[in-house]
Design a binder for this molecule. Structure first.
Ligand code: TMP
Length: 209
């Protein structure tokens, strides 16, 4: 039961996954499992610096390739300095976003070729992948309505509805392509119902009591 696991949470802006990531970390701790909550871009001091560069400023500040290189630079630092050491220490790692976000945002959203992202993924991660990915699926209008009123890091939310629709389709396509790794959840459910669904899936998948 104590062997480490790497679980990622994915979805569009306003899907509620960040709240669910925190609740999952708390639930694991309640069950005696040492869990680390982390996020992307970010999760290590250097990657948090890169996060600031990527998420602030004008929407056209970076072209898609530069932005993707920044995401993978942050990811390399995060994986090497935070995620792998935690897993080696037998901790579970719960990560709010990972490489699927790059396929969704920079790939489907900004139109960077999937193959370009795949090559960066191979270079930076080799065959390192999450044990499980939870995809929080929500109609785009609902997600965007939920993000209204958030004050900072709005660079991405300012893209149009089409951009977010392409991302949503991309996440669902990833789930179909990798059914052994991905589970899609209906993020329109209320917070408590969703947290219970998440826990039930984790408990079943990893045979927790
Ligand atoms: P957050 O709001 O969930 O913390 O995510 C920050 C933003 O970063 C979000 O709008 C999605 C974006 N993002 C990418 O565009 N590509 C990536 O690879 C990652 C990890 C995040």
């Amino acid at each position: 039961m104590s062997s480490s696991r790497f679980i990622t949470l994915e979805g569009g802006d306003g899907s509620g996954k960040s709240t669910q990531a925190k609740r999952l970390v708390a639930a694991l701790k309640t069950h005696g499992i040492d869990a680390l909550g982390t996020r992307e871009p970010g999760g290590s001091p250097g990657a948090e610096d890169i996060r600031h560069l990527v998420l602030n400023g004008d929407p056209g500040r970076w072209d898609a390739l530069t932005e993707t290189l920044l995401m993978f630079a942050a990811r390399n630092d995060h994986v090497e300095r935070t995620i792998k050491p935690a897993l080696a220490a037998k901790r579970w790692v719960i990560c709010d976003r990972f490489t699927d976000s790059t396929y969704a945002y920079q790939g489907a959203g900004h139109g960077l070729a999937r193959e370009t992202i795949r090559r960066m993924e191979a270079l930076v991660l080799g065959d390192f992948r999450p044990d499980l990915t939870l995809i929080f699926d929500l109609p785009v209008e609902q997600g965007l309505a939920r993000t209204k009123g958030r004050g900072k890091e709005m660079r991405f939310e300012s893209f149009d509805t089409d951009f977010h629709e392409r991302m949503r389709d991309c996440y669902l396509a990833i789930a179909r392509k990798h059914p052994e790794r991905c589970i899609v959840l209906d993020a329109a459910a209320d917070e408590d119902t969703l947290a219970e669904a998440v826990w039930n899936m984790i408990a079943k998948r990893f045979k927790l009591g």
